[in-house]
Design a protein around this ligand. Structure first.
Ligand SMILES: NC(=O)c1ccc[n+]([C@@H]2O[C@H](COP(=O)([O-])OP(=O)(O)OC[C@H]3O[C@@H](n4cnc5c(N)ncnc54)[C@H](O)[C@@H]3O)[C@@H](O)[C@H]2O)c1
Length: 255
């Protein structure tokens, strides 16, 4: 068997399934990002947590032994090479900008910000990180998009378009990288109970009611439920899973 190829699942000797691996988590200060840090840390990875310089990063360092926080603005051109210095084996791309606005009223100036963070930044990080993963013969790229990218969502046309771009991007790089043991997959959360979504839903009680009615599970998701999906896709066990899109959405859309 080609030594470069992924040999499959199973915990590494002396630790979790990701022992000896470095996992870079963007948007690590968000509710979903923090849950992802805990998940990957629990699997034995050395976690590098990045976000804007938010207090949550310091709290993560205090909570999870060995976690390294490296705050930076992903819109800075130097961010990818700075983060590449940690030599990650796993990229969990969680950072994103949620904006709700009717498309007819959505200012074009803001489209740029959305595309820059939601799509261009993960693309730039991937371009910088993937080569070293290929050389090592192992890598996991996991992007957080949104169910709105698959099913559409009123008030989220621009956000959904940028997140949908991640699907085509991930599937394409998945094809380019698969023979070198590097997988690329997307997790699409449905409505998840986070500080960011609460800010949106608290201001729109009818939207909240409608979402709960339309969700077969009858509740919002939890950040840990999204993190568990990311943890699987980042694991050695998922070595034959690539170019896939996994919704974690309580059944609100089924495709
Ligand atoms: N909460 C939900 O219901 C839901 C649903 C679908 C998708 N998502 C996606 O999940 C991810 C996390 O969402 P969340 O609700 O936990 O919190 P969130 O939307 O607040 O997370 C975004 C994170 O990105 C960071 N960020 C913003 N601009 C940045 C920049 N320039 N450089 C570096 N980091 C920057 C923020 O500080 C924040 O921690 C996002 O990508 C979001 O789009 C969330």
């Amino acid at each position: 068997m080609d030594q470069k190829r992924d040999a499959g699942g199973g915990a590494a000797a002396g630790g979790g399934a990701l022992a000896g691996r470095v996992a870079l988590v963007t948007g690590a200060g968000s509710d979903i990002g923090r849950a992802v840090c805990r998940e990957l840390h629990g699997a034995g990875a050395r976690v590098v947590a990045t976000d804007l310089p938010v207090p949550a990063l310091e709290a993560l360092e205090a909570e999870l032994p060995g976690l390294v926080a490296d705050p930076c603005d992903l819109l800075d051109d130097g961010a990818p090479s700075r983060l590449a210095a940690h030599v990650p084996d796993v990229l969990a791309s969680v950072a994103g900008l949620p904006v709700v606005a009717r498309f007819s009223e959505h200012e074009r100036g803001e489209w740029e910000r959305l595309w820059q963070l939601n799509l261009r930044a993960p693309m730039a990080l991937t371009q910088t990180l993937a080569g070293a993963m290929q050389e090592r013969g192992w890598g996991r790229l996991v992007y957080v998009a949104s169910d709105s990218a698959r099913a559409g969502a009123g008030g989220e046309a621009v956000y959904a378009a940028t997140k949908a771009g991640l699907l085509g991007f991930a599937k394409s790089v998945a094809r380019e990288l698969a023979r070198d043991g590097v997988t690329a997959n997307v997790v699409c959360p449905g409505p998840v109970d986070t500080t960011a979504s609460r800010a949106i839903l608290d201001a729109r009680p009818r939207l909240r009611e409608g979402l709960l009615r339309a969700t077969p599970a009858g509740r919002l998701g939890r950040p840990e439920e999204v993190a568990a999906a990311i943890g699987y896709l980042a694991s050695p066990a998922a070595g034959f899973v690539t170019g896939q899109v996994l919704s974690v959405n309580g059944g609100i859309a089924m495709a």
